[in-house]
Design a protein around this ligand. Structure first.
Ligand code: PMP
Length: 431
């Protein structure tokens, strides 16, 4: 590289020429990052940003133990699972143990999308059914089968005939609000409608897929009984259940390693991606051995890069860092104090209508009017850019684009939380 980094405008033009004329980038003008370090991202001008967008490097950018494990393994051997190897077995056994020994069979792939795609194919093979259920504004990935259950990503057109969406349990803005008795059961009842609608088309559900943190639906705190009732209904109709833990897993929600544990359910599939390799591409489907065996009888499943020695070493290092640092428990503590801080901001800034936490994932919903809940998407966009000016990176989310999404890494300390709250407070005051 050159001594002086290229100006942002020049990079953007270059990018448009070779990566499509509609660049999907954060911020205007976008940021040019050149280095990551723990909770920090550093841009080409040398400015440091506190990374609260974080949904991949869950133990921090460039974690030395993860880098060390990748580097050591890369120098010795990197090959595929057509040969026997120990790392991938160690990793599979560790993951299975983390599910309490329920889902001990692993299919290794390279991304969250692939993991969900394979789980869907396994569910179809096992049940013989073709219907697919998801939340009304879900995101689960980029393959054709999985885009069909990612309504938040479908810009034009509609879901295909075998897909039915169900209401996400949004107790702030949805049809049933917090304080309604049996909130979880009320929302879950929408699955009866969806399953009946499939039946009218001559279909039964093969599976339902649920992001345990309801991230694209605006980050919803667990609603007691909701996921359990939804899973019961799908199972009663002959389907299986996928917990998409691509974002919710690995201690993101605090207290438990998996997000689904917060819902008190046992899924038939757990799919992982993003944080599994802390940035190294790694995806896995965890399921029951009989389901994987059945699938492998029907198809010669093999992924060239899936489960390679280096990916397995990266995955093991991430699990070690999380366990050794007691990060799952600590994430719960950090989440509680950040949640209290965000609620204090809500008390002082009327534009904040709601603050919710799925552990270390927070949704801060902005409204023009707290009584009417009129969404404030333009203000949200402005706030996010102001926060960037203050040095804090976050995202936006939700059907109306009026929810600030914050996901600090598990290694966030009290000092970082204080800093994030101060920067957000200043940005809100400037709004
Ligand atoms: N599931 C969820 C919940 C996700 O958030 C994402 C990515 N945003 C995916 C699946 C897809 O993962 P990937 O981009 O690695 O294919």
């Amino acid at each position: 590289g050159s001594a002086t980094p290229a100006p942002v405008a020049e990079l953007l033009e270059r990018r448009k020429r070779v990566m499509g004329s509609r660049p999907y980038v954060f911020y205007d003008p976008p940021l040019h990052m050149v280095k990551g370090e723990g909770v920090w991202l550093i841009d080409a001008t040398g400015r440091r940003y506190l990374d609260c967008y974080n949904n991949v490097p869950i133990v921090g950018h460039c974690h030395p133990r993860v880098i060390g494990a990748i580097d050591r393994q890369m120098r010795v051997l990197n090959t595929n699972t057509r040969y026997l190897g120990e790392q991938v077995l160690d990793y599979a056994e560790r993951l299975g143990a983390l599910t309490g020994g329920e889902l001990t069979a692993c299919a290794f792939v390279n991304s969250g999308s692939e993991a969900n795609d394979i789980a869907w194919r396994m569910a179809r093979a096992w049940t013989g059914n073709r219907g697919f259920l998801c939340q009304d504004f879900a995101y689960h990935g980029i393959t054709e089968a999985i885009e069909a259950v990612s309504p938040s990503a479908i810009r034009r057109g509609q879901s295909p005939d075998h897909v039915r969406t169900v209401l996400a349990p949004d107790g702030y803005r949805g049809p049933y609000r917090h304080g309604t008795p049996d909130l979880g059961a009320r929302y879950a009842a929408d699955a009866d409608r969806a399953i009946a609608s499939l039946a009218e088309a001559g279909l039964k559900p093969a599976t339902v897929i649920v992001d345990s943190a309801f991230m694209t639906n605006g980050i919803l705190a667990p609603v007691p009984g909701y996921v359990g009732a939804l899973f019961d209904k799908v199972r009663a109709a002959g389907g299986l259940c996928i917990a998409d833990e691509v974002q919710a897993g690995f201690g993101r929600m605090g207290e438990h390693f998996w997000g689904y544990q917060h819902h008190g359910v046992t899924p038939d599939f757990v799919t992982i991606g993003k944080p599994a390799g802390n940035g190294h591409p790694l995806g896995v489907v965890l399921t029951r051995p009989e389901i994987l065996d059945h699938f492998c009888e029907q198809t010669a499943f093999f992924s060239t890069f899936g489960g390679n020695n280096v990916s397995a070493a990266a995955g093991l290092a991430v699990l070690d860092v999380i366990a050794d640092g007691d990060h799952v428990r600590r994430a719960g503590e950090t989440a509680r104090s950040l949640f209290a801080g965000l609620q204090a901001l809500k008390a002082r800034h009327p534009i904040i209508g709601d603050v919710r936490s799925a552990g270390l994932a927070f949704g801060v919903e902005l409204v023009r009017d707290r009584a009417d809940l009129t969404p404030a998407p333009e203000e949200t966009e402005r706030l996010i850019n102001l926060m960037r000016e203050e040095g804090l990176l976050v995202g936006s989310e939700g059907v109306h684009g009026n929810i600030v999404k914050m996901r600090p890494p598990l290694i966030f300390e009290a000092e970082h939380a204080d800093l994030a709250l101060e920067m957000m407070d200043r940005a809100l005051a400037r709004l």
